[in-house]
Design a protein around this ligand. Structure first.
Ligand code: BV8
Length: 232
C-alpha cells in the first residue's frame, strides 16, 4: 500500500463524509442522506437560502447542535497523528463541515466547503465563530447588518481556498482520498489534477467511488480500520 514514506515527502489528503460516518454523522448519499425528506442539494443552495431561510438555517442548526453528541474516530486520530509527526508537507483538505479533524488534533487542515461552527456575514464577508442556533436575520458583529448565514459553501458557490488547494495538488507526491463518493466537483477532480502533476494516488473508501478508476491504488473498507493501518 502506498504509505507515508520518504518516497512521498509531500502529502495531500482529501476527506469526505465517509471519514465521519463511524462517528455517527450521516453521509450525504448513504441511507441517512436525506434530511426531513429534502435532498441535501435542495437545501444547500443560495436559491434555497433566499426562498426559505428558516429551512436552511434549521438544517445547519440541527447539524451544528449534533456535533456535541459525536467524537472523532480512529481515522481522524490517525490523520492527526500523521499531522503531528510528518516532517514533510502535509495538507488535509476536508469537504466536511464538522469539527472532528480539529478535535482529533489536526492543524494542517482546510475546510473547502465551510464549517458548521462558523457564521458568515452576507453583507460584509466577516466570519464569526458560532456554536449555537443561528436564526435568519442574526446581526453581524462587524458591520451591524442582520445578514449572518451559515458559513457553508452551497452548490453553485466557489469552494474556499482553491488557490491553496491547487498549489498543494501541483506539489504533492502522494494524493490520498478518504471517504468520499467523488460525486461533487471540484473535489472529485482533484485526483486527476494530482496525477497530472505526477503524484501517486490512493483511495481509501467503503466502496468504489465514482472516480475509483482514476486511482493507482484503492483500499476498500472502513476508514477507522484502513486509515490507522495506512498511517501505521
Ligand atoms: C462550484 C456543503 C463553481 C456543506 C457541499 C455537472 C458536472 C460537474 C460539476 C457540476 C455539474 N453541475 C453542477 C456542478 C457543480 C457542483 C457539483 O459538483 N454538483 C454535483 C452534484 C454534480 N459543484 C458545486 O456547485 C461546487 N461549486 O462548482 O462552483 C463556481 C465557479 C466560479 C464561481 C462560482 C462558482 C460547490 C460544491 C460544494 C457543495 N457543498 N456541502 C454541507 O452541507 O455539508 S457538498 C457535500 O457533498 C459535501 O460537502 C461533499 O463535498 C459532497 C460529497 O459528499 P461526500 O463527502 O463525498 O459524501 P457522500 O455521502 O457523497 O459519500 C460518502 C462516501 O464515504 C461514500 O463513497 C461511502 O462509500 C463512503 N463511506 C461511508 N462510510 C464509510 C465510508 N468510507 C470509509 N469508511 C466508512 N466508514
Amino acid at each position: 500500500m502506498t504509505v507515508p514514506s520518504p518516497d512521498y515527502p509531500n502529502i495531500l489528503v482529501l476527506t469526505g463524509a465517509g471519514i465521519s460516518a463511524e462517528s455517527g454523522i450521516a453521509t450525504f448519499r448513504g441511507p441517512g442522506g436525506l434530511w426531513e425528506g429534502h435532498r441535501v442539494e435542495d437545501v444547500c443552495t443560495p436559491e434555497a437560502l433566499a426562498r426559505d431561510p428558516a429551512l436552511v438555517h434549521r438544517f445547519y442548526d440541527l447539524r451544528r447542535a449534533a456535533l456535541s453528541t459525536v467524537e472523532p474516530n480512529a481515522a481522524h486520530r490517525a490523520l492527526a497523528r500523521l499531522d503531528a509527526e510528518w516532517p514533510g508537507e502535509l495538507l488535509i483538505v476536508t469537504q466536511n463541515v464538522d469539527d472532528l479533524h480539529e478535535r482529533a488534533g489536526a492543524t494542517r487542515l482546510l475546510h473547502m466547503h465551510g464549517e458548521l461552527k462558523s457564521a458568515l456575514c452576507a453583507a460584509c464577508g466577516a466570519r464569526a465563530e458560532w456554536a449555537d442556533a443561528l436564526p435568519p436575520g442574526s446581526v453581524c458583529g462587524a458591520c451591524g447588518a442582520p445578514a449572518l448565514r451559515p458559513d457553508i459553501v452551497f452548490f453553485g458557490e466557489m469552494p474556499y481556498d482553491m488557490d491553496r488547494i491547487e498549489a498543494a495538488l501541483s506539489s504533492c507526491d502522494l494524493f490520498v482520498s478518504i471517504g468520499t463518493s467523488g460525486a461533487v466537483y471540484p473535489a472529485a477532480g482533484f485526483v486527476q489534477t494530482a496525477r497530472h502533476w505526477g503524484a501517486a494516488t490512493l483511495e481509501i473508501n467503503l466502496e468504489p467511488s465514482q472516480g475509483s478508476f482514476l486511482f493507482e491504488e484503492s483500499r476498500m473498507g472502513p476508514a477507522s480500520v484502513l486509515v490507522p493501518e495506512w498511517v501505521a
